[in-house]
Design a binder for this molecule. Sequence first.
Ligand code: GLN
Length: 537
Amino acid sequence: MALKLIFVTGGVLSGLGKGVVTASLGLLLKASGLSVTAIKIDPYVNVDAGTMNPYMHGEVFVTEDGGETDLDLGHYERFLNINLSKKNNITTGKVYSTVIRKERKGEYLGQTVQIIPHVTDEIKKEILDVAREQETDVAIVEIGGTVGDIEGLPFLEAARQLRLELGETNTLFTHVVLVPKLTTTGELKTKPAQHSIQELRRIGIQPDILIARSPTHLSAEARKKLSLFGNVPERAIFSDPDVETVYEVPLVLHKQRILDVISDKLRIKLNKPDLTAWKEFVERVKTASEPVRIGMIGKYTKLRDSYLSIIEALKHASAKLNLKPILKWFEATDIEQGRIDPKEIPEDIDCAVVLPGFGKRGLMGKIKAVKELRESGKPVLGICFGLQVMVVEFARNVLGYKDANSTEIDPNTPYPVVDLMEIQRNVKVLGGTMRLGARPIKLVPGTLAHKIYGGAEIIFERHRHRYQVNPDYIDEFQDHGFVVSGTSDDCMAEIMELKDSKFYLGTQAHPEFKSRPLSPSPVFEGLLVAASRNREG
Ligand code: GLN
């Protein structure tokens, strides 16, 4: 079968859930027997998402091979249940660096290097290379941003050329548009969508499928209008209404028979998809009634997307255990500045996650919260910076090292219990140079970590950090009951846990990136098991 490309573009405004639509199409096609990959195009000039503030861009999703990518790759991995590569995220920064490097090497000797054809050729090459390397039947390519953005133009142009080159039956254009509902009249308005489709057609792309993001299903009238003005047959127009959980989106689209349209357009035979396990998972997410209150201690709490994979990992584990997760957010700066009393936190929750992070703001607040949590005996999971905060708090309040700190926060601390990793000392360039990606972690037999990972000797989790627990202090921590339960060749304390605790565990890695709806991360499951046991006991 020739490679099929499905492009997903967005209209009217960003944040419509194009990533979830892309992931949903992937899931449906995979369940129909095809091999699928998904590619995210980000038209910004950064080479990758690694250098962006989470407030600008949400979480940085880390791939197995150490890519610092857009959070949509997380949706793709979770829905498709596959590992993607850093190559699955293409940015303007990446494309232009390659083109400029080639120009300097003399590969375009004698030519004037231009957006068309040189930049668009590079874009096409990167898309096709990923799809071919991963040997898939279908590659779904989501073009980030909104149609009409200047930065997105070369990518849309490349998509248009790909249709010309690969043919009508090998390419499909899906446009996701906002169809707002007026609160005064309850009417669904299609005009913004019409304009967006017109803009797309002006560029030379006629959408084959329209997906309307609206609060409710499309009315017959709205569908007619979209069809007429968008030049798309009614059977290829789909509603993407508000749902309780994003995991429902593939089911909603499937019910409207989106696969029929895709298989007709691309002339592919699809098996009847078996969505039983997925449906059961969605049902559990929606119906679980036993609440578990999870304290989320962090400093990017005003934009929940900053912690997207952690939130999803908690949902996966909750569904498996039939729990209803209730997230309680504690902004570290509010604790620091006295707007939240840390002593009240443990009473409010059944367990807590000390979230990842960078830099000084909020650290004191986190330390205060962690002290109360540790002393309360409530289950606590620290992730990356979260582990480092647990270590600093323990050093200060148990080992008695006043002013102990991470050298990231205080380079002159007398007790550098968290310090820059040896391999990071010569790093001068900040983009893409952290300790990144999946690495083997050896578990220490007899520990809680060993138990929650089902007795595995070695596990692989993804990393993104420069600092680590200072090896010089590890013996002392261990002597006081804060023991190492996971190690690796270049990081002595990959996982630490309080001996004989219900669950007081910190991990330098980010287990959230590998959590999947039908196979939750053992660490998050362990935390919630401990939390519900704690409530019962
Ligand atoms: N800032 C810390 C480090 O670089 C932790 C990073 C994180 O939480 N991802 O080691």
